[in-house]
Design a protein around this ligand. Structure first.
Ligand code: G16
Length: 543
């Protein structure tokens, strides 16, 4: 067993996006591609000689091959100990928890999140730092710079190990401890929420369906919902993780989790429905014949945080990503809590959470979380809702409607144009940026522009600055249109347009969202010249 140094050449396209490096599997399969990136992590990080490194992924195609490669590189670089989920499986929030619980030097997560999996689909790799969270921009920049200069990587010449057997294996001088992927995470959930109350809710005949979308949360949801909380067997559907997610698109929204949505809007709908994504960090929450937007979900959780034992009387503040609706801001204002607006990307919450400035945070992209880990957490959000439902004994729709009556309703929608020509998409954003200077004060339809800018974030903890985080157009009445390009797509560019309007009058809280926002949607289209610039007549996905 010897360490080999393999000569290699840089790839120019290894810049991590919103959440790690995401590419087609075919790209990762190119000789040296994955190896270069992983070696660049070891070349720029430290601590792995003495503290464990957590490794796991969402089980998608190429997960197992990638893990064997990572173990060989880790051993060759002097890593002392790896904590690996059984079968190479860990949900993203579970990795975050393992890093924190075991004082690890960090973690390597293999996932392309909600993107489809399979030989012709997507794969991804992400590095998380010792706080359990996605690496901050300065860390990902350092890794990226290393990938541009790399000329060799190290591997230990050793056979594959059995990833399925719990226990400890030696890989050269490195110890690989294969652990139960679920147990520690499920124990943590039990500390945060009132499992007895939720158990009683299920005993009272409350019915739910959790759609794991053939992705990583299946085993977690079965253990927590069906075993520990006593939900009837069959509550969790599509619960076996598959390498191609059963040909599905594991993105929990009304378009891709259609089967679940149809069931919740159908004649025999249960009381509660939920889904999670490929790697278990996103969530969608539904009531009987009722969809809760992620922005509203964050606001409702914040307003009801005292009902969960792990959050009672200890919420310090909240943060939301800039394009997320301002519903949580209204709750924070009423409760006298700090509310922060950050760029898109969970990594921007890390400093605020570490500094204790916020306890809860969320994003419109179906992400909700708290300071229990440093990732968004799909099942955590579902359990928070179950805890609220168990205490309040009202339906999801009643709880949300009551919330709107107290705080007003932020009508909200996101229109995505996927796989748009990158030059056209960049041109569209550049033109909007140029228009920002002259827009304030201008009337657009029945609205008047209050401010227009390209969002710039000054991190209040480390003073780092992130520029060009999305074009914001705010109107005098508080409505907003936001444009930005996705940082997670793997094909062309994805243009996202976020549209929001506030409605205080309860008599107007039951409109169809697209109708309530129709005028703003028209303004958003014509202001950006979407048809002309992209050649598209309608969005690919509306959420
Ligand atoms: C990632 C990030 C999120 C972000 C989302 C969408 O989620 O962790 O913070 O909101 O991407 O990003 P974009 O709009 O740039 O595509 P995930 O679940 O893909 O890891």
């Amino acid at each position: 067993m010897s360490v080999e140094t393999i000569a290699s050449q840089p790839f120019q396209d290894q810049k991590p996006g919103t959440s790690g490096l995401r590419k087609k599997v075919k790209v990762f399969e190119k000789p040296h591609y994955l190896e270069n990136f992983v070696q660049s992590i070891f070349d720029t990080q430290d601590g792995y000689q003495n503290a464990p490194l957590v490794v796991g992924g969402d089980g998608r195609y190429y997960n197992r091959q990638a893990i064997q490669k990572i173990l060989r590189i880790a051993a060759a670089n002097g890593c002392g100990r790896v904590l690996l989920g059984q079968g190479g499986i860990f949900s993203t929030p579970a990795v975050s928890h393992m890093i924190r619980k075991h004082n690890a030097c960090g973690g390597i997560i293999l996932s392309a999140s909600h993107n489809p999996g399979g030989p012709d689909e997507d794969f991804g790799i992400k590095f998380n730092t010792p706080n359990g969270g996605p690496a901050a921009e300065k860390v990902t920049e350092a890794i990226y710079t290393a990938t541009l200069h790399i000329n060799r990587y190290r591997v230990l010449d050793t056979p594959d190990i059995d990833l399925d057997q719990i226990g400890t294996t030696q890989v050269g001088d490195m110890q690989v401890e294969i652990v139960d992927s679920v147990r520690d995470y499920a124990d943590l959930m039990e500390q945060l929420f009132d499992f007895e109350r939720i158990r009683a809710l299920f005993q009272s005949g409350f019915r739910m369906r959790f759609d794991a979308m053939h992705a990583v949360t299946g085993p977690y949801a079965r253990e927590i919902l069906e075993q520990r909380l006593g939900a009837p067997a069959g509550t969790v559907v599509n619960g076996v993780p598959l390498e191609d997610f059963g040909h599905g698109h594991p993105d929990p929204n009304l378009v891709y989790a259609k089967e679940l949505a149809d069931h919740l809007f159908g004649p025999d709908a249960p009381d509660f429905g939920a889904a999670s994504d490929g790697d278990g960090d996103r969530n969608m929450v539904l009531g009987r014949h009722f969809f809760v937007t992620p922005s509203d979900s964050l606001a409702v959780i914040l307003a009801n945080a005292d009902l969960a034992p792990g959050y009672r009387s200890r919420v310090t503040g909240v943060a939301r990503s800039m394009p997320t609706s301002q519903a949580a801001d209204r709750v924070a204002a009423k409760l006298g809590l700090n509310c922060y607006e950050t760029p898109t990307g969970w990594k921007f919450f890390g400093n605020l959470l570490d500094a204790g400035k916020i306890t809860l945070c969320g994003e419109e992209s179906f992400g909700t979380g708290s300071d229990h880990v440093r990732e968004k957490d799909g099942l955590w959000a579902v359990l928070f809702w179950l805890n609220i439902l168990a205490e309040r004994r009202q339906s999801v729709a009643e709880i949300v409607r009551e919330h709107w009556r107290s705080y007003g309703r932020n009508y909200y929608t996101r229109h995505d144009y996927e796989a748009v020509d990158s030059t056209a998409a960049n041109g569209l954003i550049d033109a909007l940026r140029a228009a920002c200077a002259t827009l304030p004060g201008q009337p657009l339809g029945s609205y008047t522009v209050d401010y227009a800018d390209d969002f710039r974030y000054l991190d209040p903890i480390d003073d780092s600055v992130s520029e060009k985080q999305g074009i914001r157009i705010g109107f005098k009445d508080g409505s907003r249109i936001v444009y930005r390009l996705s940082g997670t797509g793997t094909e062309g560019a994805t243009l996202r347009i976020y549209i929001e309007a506030y409605e205080a009058d309860p008599a107007k809280h039951d409109l169809d969202t697209q109708q309530a926002l129709a005028e703003l949607i028209g303004i958003a289209d014509s202001l950006a010249g979407i048809r002309k610039r992209t050649g598209r007549n309608e969005p690919t996905v509306i959420t």
